[in-house]
Design a protein around this ligand. Structure first.
Ligand code: SAH
Ligand code: F3S
Length: 481
């Protein structure tokens, strides 16, 4: 592999791995969750063995792939708009082929070919290894579709090509699919049943990243705390495993410990945790290892017990508080973030107030907040009426966002005056004289560059803050450096 250092528009250097001898150009872009971005790196790796190098230029592409998201209607509309753009480019470059990957591919299947004439190829999240065959079909002038969901595929044997990488932080996927069946969510339908990846292959990928200079890994899954390896197979079939398999099984806390011990100077993060699956041993592993970051993304969706039940979330508001209390007891400075949905079917003003009061209790560091969007095929769509008026959803969402901003500022203010370890990731967007990185709690920290470099662990004294950013001054390398 030859490495080309490229300068993107922000002046940040991108490392693109290019394989010599590859003649064709792949333009790949991703929408939606981190898993999609991670999957695109797997796709780029598969196609790099089949004649394709990536390009940053849509106009140059022989093959355009868009990795899509179905989580809300708006996400799908964004992708449809992108397809219009590809259509315009195809007028200049008529040989260009277009493929749709990810959740929209899985949801719409061959309907995509009818609805969007520009599309030549439709590939679901478990079928990426079939891409070379599917591309060959398209080369011969036929459309190609593979949306078969798998019980085993984890792409554990594929070494991803790091796209748009800063060379410092990387995602490593550890589970695929989701069995939780939250009634609002399309993911179990588009990404299939939950399965975990062999810890051996996870460790190999992490060791390889370390040897290439990476300093931080985020372990990814729809529901990482439910990670369970017992030799392969679906999570739901664990009961049927042999005694030997059960005795040697690796759960999420075990996996975290394995990672933290194998690479003691590397930072580890993980996302996402469903509160119902987060056990005490995970929090204990975090507390024990300094290199597991003190940050948990812990979506709750609603503060009302009645709505949580309608959403098929398997915990109550009280159980959630207990979990928060345990986290804060074992890791007092642990940052916590939420996902929240406003206007789920039947949500009353009272339910909404419960959400606000839950937020007051936790005072989240960050939040990702959405108005409910009905998704075809979900239980909520089939059984419930989308009965909260759009204006009410919007008003409640705004109230949630305003409260979140207040809490975010309260949390960033707690960092003032402290000296915190920051991993430098890139130049600050606002100033080329400043570095930007994150502290253990995942808050962005900006400080003057001096002689420090991207990839350094630096102790930074925090002197100012906004609700989203900490500003400070370096006081020296951290002992982790
Ligand atoms: N476990 C996942 C969560 C999936 S989706 C993960 O790893 O991120 C991310 C968030 O989108 C959810 O937590 C939820 O808050 C939001 N979301 C999902 N379906 C939605 C819908 N139908 N309408 C609005 N928001 C939704
Ligand atoms: Fe979706 Fe619930 Fe799984 S939000 S991804 S079904 S945990």
């Amino acid at each position: 592999m030859e490495k080309i250092i490229d300068e993107n528009k922000q002046g940040q250097s991108l490392v693109l791995e290019q394989k010599e001898g590859n003649q064709r150009k792949l333009f790949i872009e991703s929408y939606g969750c981190q898993m999609n971005f991670s999957d695109s790196e797997i796709v780029a790796s598969i196609l790099s063995k089949n004649g394709f190098n990536t390009t940053q230029n849509l106009e140059d592409a022989d093959l355009v792939l868009v990795n899509t998201c179905s989580i809300r209607d708006k996400a799908e509309q964004t992708v449809r708009k992108r397809l219009e753009k590809y259509n315009a480019v195809k007028k200049i470059n008529p040989n260009m082929k277009v493929g749709v990957l990810g959740c929209m591919a899985e949801r719409l299947k061959s309907k995509f070919l009818e609805e969007e004439k520009i599309v030549d190829l439709v590939v679901g999240p478990d079928a990426y290894k079939d891409l070379p065959n599917l591309v060959a079909e398209v080369d011969e002038g036929r459309n190609a579709v593979n949306v078969i969901l798998s019980k085993e595929e984890t792409y554990g044997d594929i070494s991803p090509v790091r796209l748009n990488s800063n060379g410092v932080t990387a995602f490593v996927s550890i589970t695929r699919g989701c069995d939780n069946m939250c009634t609002f969510c399309v993911v179990p339908f588009t990404r299939g049943r939950e399965r975990s990846r062999d810890p051996q292959s996870i460790m190999e990928e992490i060791n390889d990243l370390w040897s290439k200079g990476y300093k931080e890994v985020t372990l990814l899954g729809q529901n990482v705390d439910s990670y369970l390896w017992y030799g392969g197979g679906l999570k739901k079939d664990f009961e049927k495993a042999s005694d030997m398999q059960k005795a040697t099984a690796v759960n999420f806390a075990n996996l975290l410990e394995m990672c933290a011990t194998a690479q003691p100077k590397m930072r580890f993060r993980f996302s996402t945790s469903n509160p119902q699956d987060m056990t005490l041993d995970v929090i204990e592993a975090m507390a024990k290892h300094n290199n597991i970051c003190n940050y948990i993304h812990l979506p709750v969706q609603s503060g009302s017990n009645r709505i949580l039940k309608e959403m098929n979330r398997q915990h109550t508001r009280e159980e959630y508080f207990e979990l928060i209390d345990n986290i804060k007891r074992l890791i007092p400075d642990c940052a916590i973030s939420q996902d929240m949905i406003s206007g789920f079917p039947t949500e009353t003003e009272e339910d909404h107030k419960d959400t606000l009061s839950l937020m007051e209790y936790v005072k989240y560091d960050f939040g990702f907040m959405f108005a409910y969007s009905e998704r075809p095929g979900t239980l909520a769509e089939r059984k419930m009426e989308d009965d909260v008026p759009a204006e009410t959803k919007k008003r409640r969402l705004e109230e949630i966002i305003v409260l979140q901003q207040k809490h975010a500022l309260y949390r960033t203010e707690q960092h003032l005056g402290k000296v915190e370890e920051v991993l430098i990731e890139k130049e600050s967007k606002r100033s080329d004289a400043h570095w930007s990185g994150r502290n253990s709690q995942n808050t962005v920290v900006v400080f003057p560059k001096e002689n420090y470099q991207v990839g350094d662990f630096v102790n930074v004294k925090i002197t100012e803050c906004t609700s989203a950013t900490l500003i400070g001054e370096a006081v020296g390398y951290s002992e982790n450096n």
